[in-house]
Design a protein. Sequence first.
Length: 363
Amino acid sequence: MEEKTIDIRLVKFDPVIYPRSTQSADEIERYAELIRTGTELPPIKLDHRYRIVDGYHRWQAHLKHHLKTIRVIFVDTADDFEALQMASYLNAVQGMPLTKDDRRKNAIKLYQMACHGFAPPSEKKMKEIARAVGVSWQTLYRWTAEVRKKRKHERGEKVTELRKQGKTQEETARILGISQRTVSDVERTTPFSKNSQMRIFAREGKNNNSFGFTSRRECLAAMQELIKSDIPSCEEEIIQSKIISSYTQIKIERQRYGIDMETYRHFRQEIQKHTANILTEMDYLNNNVIGLLAQLKDMKLKLNISALFKNISDRFEEFKKHYRYVMGVPDFAESESKLDSQKKIIKIMTKMLQQKNTTGGKK
């Protein structure tokens, strides 16, 4: 990693990635005294946003002496998770040791950062977190027990809420970023079911025309539950009609469109949201990266930047290929190949006709 000297005013402190709950005035004074004696302190470490990853007390000591520059080393971090992970690790193996309370707080914060929606971190991520805070995997599991319990409860409430809205298990899993099996497991441990959903709509008097029943078996089970329930007969007839209407409507939509309209609308909103995010990122790349490439004179540096975009280019080409296939649009290269073949055939046939005419003329 290359060492640089930069303007000290560029350095930023972000508590989100700082691994300590408090700063030490004694440690700052110790470094300040070393500077007074002419000792050169080790460079501090910053991420690409100039945020301190390691070296807060050294930075404060420089400020105390009103120094205008500071030696730094930039480290590669993709996001806050990686920045805090590196900060926790570096502060655990060098300098003033982290307290046990700080390590526990960092472990919990890293765990929460590593969660995607309601999906827990992978085993690989858990091991990375354990290594960063300097504890065993078992200790990490014990430290995060409370937050995991809370997230599990929140996940159960969200699953119940979505299922009450008429979402299928598959739709619920997709929205929450978890597996359909997890949704099924949650339902087995909670009192909610589609039949209880039916009673909730009936008792609250909601004018809901879709209960999300997608099979004949589900409809029959709902009918049987309706008969057993204490719902008044006048409401019972309305609910029966809604159950049948719900299943019939979804069945018609799936036969006609391939999927039901509720699922289509959900996917359309998700695609619209992600497309907007991609366009925003593309604007950033266009405004910043292209300008950087235009300024760079060294081809090696240009190629290093270009290598970062290879995956994007490859994935985009793969997406275009699949898109053309499902839309029935022929691949350009394939079309060009067919066109070339047709031209060759026409050329051969023209030549044969010319030869035949020449032979006929001689006779």
